[in-house]
Design a protein around this ligand. Sequence first.
Ligand code: ZN
Length: 194
Amino acid sequence: MSAMTTRTVIDAGDGGYCPPFATAKAWRRFRRKVVETAGCSIWIGAIGDDGYPRFHDPAYGDEDAGADRRSDIVRASRWRWWAEYGPIPAGRKVLHDCDVQLCVRLDHLLAGTQSQNLLMAAHRDRTARVAAWGTARRDAGDRRSKYEQSLAIRDAVVDAVAAGQRDRHALARIVAAVLDAGSPLAGQDALFDL
Ligand SMILES: [Zn+2]
């Protein structure tokens, strides 16, 4: 932590810290799209149709991950890991060690293999929380439910902050409540089963 910085970082609580692989400009933009809770760090920026957070950084240089990964639009969680540790080894994915796809908290992320990812997903499938979002559905429905889940979390957090909520524990409870509430589509399974 540096006491010398004069950079303004909104609600970052990180003493002006900037990850070594990120430009200060990109880091500032990133931080403005994150709401810290007592648990996860929730992304309130763009969300892809897979439910994962999206971040645009022209300086992103994930060359080691292969040509198909050289886009400057990346998952914000992947960008966060890269910003801290540098190029992600080929074949590795940045995985969430929590249930929240919108989470960009560094210590909730790890760079693992696809098989580890599947193992973690299988473990989560056994939890009622994830089951409530219909992960056992066919791919199309599953993808939709994860997207809806991410939108619901983002909207709830944005609304709470707009209403003046700053307490990180309260914000974490709001995220948990959205997860526990299940998918807004839960009663519409028939739509996916036709
Ligand atoms: Zn998390």
